[in-house]
Design a protein around this ligand. Structure first.
Ligand SMILES: Nc1ncnc2c1ncn2[C@@H]1O[C@H](COP(=O)(O)O)[C@@H](OP(=O)(O)O)[C@H]1O
Ligand SMILES: [Mg+2]
Length: 270
């Protein structure tokens, strides 16, 4: 069930989320179509991969955001990679048209479309689509989070870890990082899974995982939308000092962070 809006939600946040969800869903269809007919993978100057699907999805999303909200700057991963510079503003969209490109290019299913809105340095709402799973997540911090799939739209909530221990999800690409053990700090671990992309965040948001530690680098477009979904579902995304991950940092780079579900003692209504 979707909770009633709290005072923290701005009046038009529901319309902004509906826009982000629609564009993420349309981008997911574009990506599925390119995936089914085949594509080439190129290597960008930062040595990360990019495909026709990343570019087509970003073009569609940025055009839709700019048409509907011309006063809100929209920053996209592929435009930034191509040298387009945009300054930090009080409010802006952050778009990762295909997060987990390596997984997508390898034929795996853990890749996402992320469209997040940042206001005053905080991720306030976002949409995350998982095209291969036909799933769409959306959330407004302080209001609630939902998952839409073939079965319809349902409210989702992060959960507290069970007695059997933490269900940990981490990146495929930093699975052997020795710092992971230190971050777990002796906490009991029930399972450790490795998947790509922002899929890790939404699994925490829907209560299917408890902890996503991120030791390796990420960019702000990787995290804005999924952080909003996690926080809207009652979880948190914290830096190493325990502060909520903020936006508008130099070069759009994130520090290490941890994404957690609900803690025992958290306000059950948050
Ligand atoms: N060396 C690096 N510098 C900056 N970001 C990096 C990076 N290595 C990985 N990432 C980010 O991590 C994302 C993948 O996360 P994961 O490892 O959890 O699948 C990538 O998203 P893209 O696939 O959109 O490029 C990329 O933005
Ligand atoms: Mg990404």
């Amino acid at each position: 069930m979707i909770r009633a809006p709290s005072e923290r939600a701005m009046p038009d946040d529901r319309a902004l989320l509906a826009l982000a969800e629609r564009l993420a869903d349309e981008a997911a269809s574009i990506i599925r179509e390119i995936r089914s007919r085949g594509f080439e993978t190129e290597i960008k100057s930062d040595r990360s991969p990019v495909t026709e699907a990343d570019r087509a999805a970003e073009r569609h999303i940025l055009a839709g955001l700019r048409a509907a909200t011309p006063d809100i700057p929209a920053i996209g991963e592929e435009e930034v990679a191509a040298g387009v510079e945009t300054a930090v503003a009080p409010i802006y969209w952050l778009v990762d048209p295909l997060d987990g490109t390596r997984e997508f290019a390898a034929g795996r299913e853990d890749f996402t479309v992320n469209i997040g809105l940042v206001r005053d340095g905080r991720a306030v709402l976002g949409a995350v689509a998982l095209p291969a799973y036909h799933q769409l997540y959306g959330g407004i911090v302080g209001v609630g989070a939902t998952r839409t799939d073939a079965g319809g739209k349902v409210g989702i909530k992060a959960v507290s870890p069970g007695a059997e221990g933490l269900r940990v999800l981490a990146s495929r690409h930093y699975a052997d990082d020795p710092r992971l053990k230190a971050w777990l700090g002796g906490r009991k671990v029930a399972s450790v899974g490795n998947i790509g992309s922002a899929a890790k965040f939404v699994r925490v948001a829907e209560g299917a995982a408890d902890f996503y530690p991120r030791l390796g680098p990420t960019m702000e477009w990787d995290t804005a939308a999924p952080q909003a979904v996690v926080e809207a579902a009652g979880g948190r995304v914290l830096d190493e000092q325990g502060a909520i991950l903020q936006y508008g940092k130099p070069g759009w780079r994130n520090p290490p962070f941890m994404c957690c579900g609900r803690h025992d003692g958290d306000d059950a209504a948050s």
